[in-house]
Design a protein around this ligand. Sequence first.
Ligand code: GDP
Ligand code: MG
Length: 192
Amino acid sequence: CRVSDSSDSVISSGSESAEGQAVYKVVLLGEHGVGKSSLARIFGGVEEAHDAEEAGNTYDRSVMVDEEEASILLYDVWEQDNSPWLKEQCMKMGDAYIIVYSVTDKSSFEKASELRIQLRRARQSENIPIILVGNKSDLVRSREVSKDEGSACAVVFDCKFIETSASLHHNVLDLFQGIVRQIRLRRDTKEE
Ligand code: GDP
Ligand code: MG
């Protein structure tokens, strides 16, 4: 199982960190060019885009959300290769998903709906947290998808919605905090 050179161990290491704390696997989905890797690099704290075209990366980071630490493994591997096997693994392995489109690209928005449907099919009985992300909100003049269309789509697909700009770092932290809150919400209701 090779998702990326540096992450073999990570993938097979189960879902607990050294401290016994839960590690949440979060998977980025979305069409090429929408900004998945840009968002992932901001999250991972490695912003120099020297390896911008590198196909697959995972980022391991702890974040404080509501005064509780959360460990996240963020997978930016959706485009790593075109094998149906990898795509299937992506659909199976996430504890949560971030489906990204670009607000400047209508077809990436349509693709996001397709991905949501695929995900629902792959994880039928599970109530997995999903956040729909409209990225590139800074590109005001080339916008093709309005904020209202984005949030309406999220309502239909029963997921959260946020617009981000990786370029301006706008809402990026909120996105990752949001995903942690979503995971905790499901976890807490399961325990009851
Ligand atoms: P990926 O293919 O989904 O991983 O997308 P990338 O992160 O590689 O980004 C594709 C291109 O869009 C790059 O040239 C990025 O610099 C650019 N990009 C990503 N996010 C934004 C954003 O929020 N605003 C603008 N203006 N450009 C962005
Ligand atoms: Mg990428």
